[in-house]
Design a protein around this ligand. Structure first.
Ligand SMILES: *Cc1c(COP(=O)(O)O)cnc(C)c1O
Length: 360
């Protein structure tokens, strides 16, 4: 059977090679006579998968030794709460940069835990661009500055991270982690739900500077304390073993095709193909994001009228393109082109967009 042209926003496409390997190993993983799902999480076979996944992520993202990698559950959404629970002390303030729905949600949860402040916001601008932070400083009371590196719903992305801020930078990287090189040292904490670029849902990755772990207080619920997971190699309780196994296979795939540099070039190429169609369409396709804030992962656009947008989505579906509807909160169209979406599928979509336009 042919693979679908899958442009889903998350859970999203996985590399075909990963699915094939997982299928092959399903009945008998490494001679155990069991699938990975059936292994004890305390077994040597599982532990190898677990530690290899962490070490591959360390290698691919060049994570320094003074950072801990945690494999957690609860999605990025639980991190909206865990970040302030662990890092936001009394008399301190969590500063938030609002760039869309996900950063709004992160702020909403932090407000329940402690003092917060909005450092900058793109809301008045309909979240079309990433606010410029140059010239903006945080006060001494800052516990951290929170950003969303890629706003999945609006289709905007930070292309340069702030470096001048005198507080740890915390980033929700759910929808662009592993899509391009980053300097982990620029961040105090990075978190990401796995289901966009890292694997299936059920796993959340947290990369935290070790010195921040001392802020977590013993009074916190054990499972919500970063230190619990750091001290137990993310094996305090049963981890999502199948998701971590698939995560490991995805990391091996990234490594095998040339690592982050290669992936990043491919992603730029894929994004350019779609943005070129939009920019060369004489206003037939209207991009949501300002050009300098455009996401390389989620390409958001609409057509001139609601009717043409609807007709486009219907025809796209008939032609086998999956997941092109914009998020229900903003409508329009969105093509999510994460790492695992093949270049050929993006070219097919671009061709379809051009031929749909020529019909009108
Ligand atoms: C998908 C997404 C989330 C939500 O992730 P869950 O794992 O469903 O909680 C949060 N932030 C961003 C940027 C996302 O893309």
């Amino acid at each position: 059977m042919n693979r679908a042209f899958n442009f889903n926003a998350g859970p999203a496409a996985l590399p075909e090679a990963v699915l094939q390997k997982a299928a092959k190993e399903c009945f008998n993983y490494n001679g155990t006579g069991m699938s990975v799902m059936e292994l004890s999480h305390r077994s040597k076979d599982y532990e190898e998968i677990h530690f290899e996944a962490v070490s591959l992520l360390r290698k691919l993202l060049q994570i320094p030794d003074d950072y801990e990698v945690l494999l957690l559950q609860g999605g990025a959404s639980l991190q909206f709460s865990m970040v302030p629970m662990n890092l936001l002390k009394r008399k301190k303030t969590g500063y938030y940069v609002l760039t869309g729905s996900w950063s709004e949600k992160a702020l909403k949860e932090a407000k329940k835990i402690g003092q917060t402040s909005i450092l900058a916001s793109g809301k008045e601008n309909n979240y079309k661009s990433i606010p410029d932070l140059s010239g903006i400083q945080v006060q001494n009371d800052a516990a951290y500055v929170h950003i969303t590196s890629n706003e999945t719903i609006h289709g905007t992305q930070w292309h340069k991270f702030p470096k001048h801020l005198s507080a740890p930078l915390v980033a929700d990287m759910s929808s662009d982690i592993l899509s391009k090189p980053i300097n982990v040292q620029d961040f105090g904490l990075i978190y990401a739900g796995a289901q966009k670029n890292l694997g299936p849902s059920g796993l959340t990755v947290v990369i935290i500077k070790k010195e921040l772990l001392s802020l977590s207080e013993d009074e916190l619920p054990t499972m919500l304390n970063y230190r619990t997971h750091a001290e137990n190699n993310s094996l305090y309780n049963t981890p999502p073993t199948l998701a971590i196994y698939l995560f490991k296979l995805v990391l091996e795939w990234v490594d095998s095709i040339g690592g982050i540099e290669k992936i990043s070039k491919l992603n730029q190429e894929k994004a350019k193909i779609l943005y070129d169609v939009i920019d060369n369409s004489d206003g037939f396709y209207i991009g949501h994001a300002d050009p300098d804030s455009r996401s390389h992962m989620n390409v958001t656009f609409r057509l001139k009228s609601e009717e043409t947008t609807a007709a486009f989505l219907t025809q796209a579906k008939e032609n086998g393109f999956i997941g092109l509807n914009g998020h229900r909160s903003i409508g329009g169209c969105r093509a999510s082109i994460y790492n695992a979406v093949p270049l050929e599928h993006v070219i097919k979509l671009a061709d379809f967009m051009k031929s749909f336009k020529s019909q009108y």
